[in-house]
Design a binder for this molecule. Structure first.
Ligand SMILES: *Cc1c(COP(=O)(O)O)cnc(C)c1O
Length: 395
C-alpha cells in the first residue's frame, strides 16, 4: 500500500478505536425479520427499519422474482440513455398515487435522492433553512448545492420565522428553501408541518420534507405530509423505499413541472443506473399492499403503543417519541453501550445511539417495534429490559 495512505489509515483507525468510534458490524445469518440470527444466536430484533415486515414478505419476493424473469436483473443503462423500463414508469406512477402528487421520480436510494434533488434546484445564490436534527443525507445534499445553510433550532417555529424573515428580507438570496425530516429518526418526534406551511406561505419558502421514517408509518401509511393533508402545499415529498416499504430506492414526489426539471437536471438520477426491475416490482407490490391493507399500519402502531406503554411502566424514559421509534434514554455513553451489550447477550438485539449522533449525555437504545413482532416477543424483550435495568442499577 502507498505509504501516505497507510499512515493516514493506521493513525486514523487507532484514533477511532481509542475513542470507541470504530464500527463493528454484525452480520445476519438470515432475513432481517422480527427474529434474527447473529453468531448462531436467535435474537428478538428491535433494530431494523423493516417496520411492516415487508423485507422478506412472500408477495414482494414473488413480485421481485417474476419481474426479474421478465425484465432481467439490471436496467442495462442509466435512465436517460435507455435504462428506463416500463416497470420504472409504473413504479413512479405508483409512488405519485401513494403520495397524492402529480408525478414522482425514483432514485437508487434515499441518500441519492437528497444528493440529487436539492442541488438540482438550489445553488450558491440561494439559502437553505435546515432543522438542526436533519438526516446526514440532507446535510450532504445541501452542502453539495453550494447554497448558504442556515441552521434552525429543532422544531422551533419562532426561530424558523425569524430566520425566514431575515433571509428573505436581506436581499442576499434568490431563493430560500426550508428543509426538514417529517419524522426524526433518533427521537421519533414529528415536525409541525401545518405551522411550517404557514410560515413558508408568508415568506415564499420552497418546502422540502424528507419522510423516510414517515412513509408506511404515518397517515395510514402515506406519510407525514399526507397525514396533515398538505400534499398540495409541500413542494418536495422525498422519501425512501428501504424502510417501511422494505426494498431499496428513494424518490421525490411533487408537481409535474418539478419532476420534469429533475429528470434533466438531477445528477444522481442522470449519471447512476436506476434500481433493478425486481426491486421496482417489489416496491409496486409493497405500495399496493399498504394502500389496500390499512390493517398493516394499524398492527404496527398497536405493537408500538404496547411496547412503549410497557417500557414506560417498568420505569424507563422514552423521551419525546410520537411514532413507533422507541428510544430508551440511558444518558451516559459508556453505560448505554454496556446496556446494549447486555440486551444482546440476553436475546434482544437493540443498538446504542450515542454522541456524536445524539447530544452528549443523551445516549439511548433505539427500539424499532415491527408489525410482525408477536406480543410474546415484545413481552420477552420487556422482561430482558427489566433484568438488564436491574443488573446495571438503572431501575
Ligand atoms: C434512512 C434515511 C435516508 C436514507 O435512505 P436510504 O434509502 O437508506 O438511502 C434519508 N433520510 C432520512 C431521514 C433517513 O432516515
Amino acid at each position: 500500500m502507498t505509504e501516505s495512505l497507510h499512515s493516514f489509515l493506521s493513525s486514523g483507525l487507532n484514533n477511532l478505536e481509542s475513542k470507541g468510534l470504530l464500527n463493528t458490524i454484525d452480520t445476519l445469518q438470515g432475513p432481517n425479520g422480527p427474529l434474527i440470527t447473529v453468531n448462531g444466536n436467535q435474537l428478538i430484533n428491535l433494530a431494523s427499519n423493516n417496520y411492516l415486515g415487508f423485507a422478506d414478505k412472500k408477495e414482494l419476493i414473488d413480485a421481485n422474482i417474476s419481474a426479474t424473469k421478465k425484465w432481467g436483473v439490471g436496467a442495462g443503462a442509466v435512465r436517460p440513455i435507455n435504462g428506463t423500463l416500463q416497470i420504472h414508469d409504473q413504479l413512479e406512477k405508483k409512488i405519485a398515487e401513494f403520495k397524492g402528487t402529480e408525478d414522482a421520480l425514483a432514485y437508487q436510494s434515499g441518500f441519492n435522492a437528497n444528493m440529487g434533488a436539492i442541488a438540482a434546484v438550489m445553488n450558491k445564490k440561494d439559502a437553505i433553512l435546515s432543522d438542526e436534527l436533519n438526516h446526514a443525507s440532507i446535510i450532504d445534499g445541501s452542502r453539495l448545492s453550494g447554497a448558504k445553510i442556515i441552521r434552525i433550532k429543532h422544531k422551533d417555529m419562532t426561530d424558523l420565522e425569524n430566520k425566514a424573515k431575515e433571509a428573505t428580507e436581506s436581499g442576499l438570496y434568490e431563493k430560500v428553501m426550508y428543509i426538514t425530516d417529517g419524522v426524526f429518526s433518533m427521537d421519533g418526534d414529528i415536525q409541525d408541518l401545518p405551522a411550517v406551511v404557514k410560515i413558508a406561505e408568508k415568506y415564499n419558502l420552497i418546502t422540502y420534507v424528507d419522510d423516510a421514517h414517515g412513509s408506511g408509518v404515518m397517515g395510514k401509511g402515506a406519510g407525514t405530509v399526507k397525514s396533515f393533508g398538505l400534499q398540495d402545499k409541500i413542494d418536495f415529498q422525498m422519501g425512501t423505499l428501504s424502510k417501511a416499504v422494505g426494498v431499496v430506492g428513494g424518490y421525490v414526489a411533487g408537481k409535474g413541472e418539478l419532476i420534469k426539471w429533475l429528470k434533466s437536471q438531477s445528477r444522481s438520477f442522470l449519471f447512476s443506473t436506476s434500481i433493478t426491475p425486481g426491486s421496482a416490482a417489489a416496491v409496486i407490490e409493497a405500495l399496493d399492499e399498504i394502500m389496500s391493507h390499512p390493517e398493516y399500519v394499524e398492527q404496527l402502531w398497536d405493537n408500538a403503543r404496547y411496547f412503549k406503554k410497557r417500557i414506560k411502566e417498568i420505569g424507563f424514559n422514552i423521551g419525546e417519541s410520537e411514532t413507533p421509534i422507541s428510544p430508551v434514554i440511558i444518558g451516559d455513553e459508556a453505560k448505554t453501550q454496556k446496556f446494549s451489550e447486555l440486551l444482546i447477550k440476553n436475546g434482544v438485539y437493540a443498538k446504542p445511539i450515542v454522541y456524536p449522533t445524539v447530544p452528549l449525555g443523551t445516549g439511548r437504545i433505539r427500539n424499532m417495534p415491527m408489525r410482525t413482532h408477536t406480543k410474546e416477543m415484545l413481552d420477552t424483550a420487556i422482561e430482558v429490559y427489566k433484568k438488564v435495568g436491574n443488573e446495571l442499577n438503572y431501575l
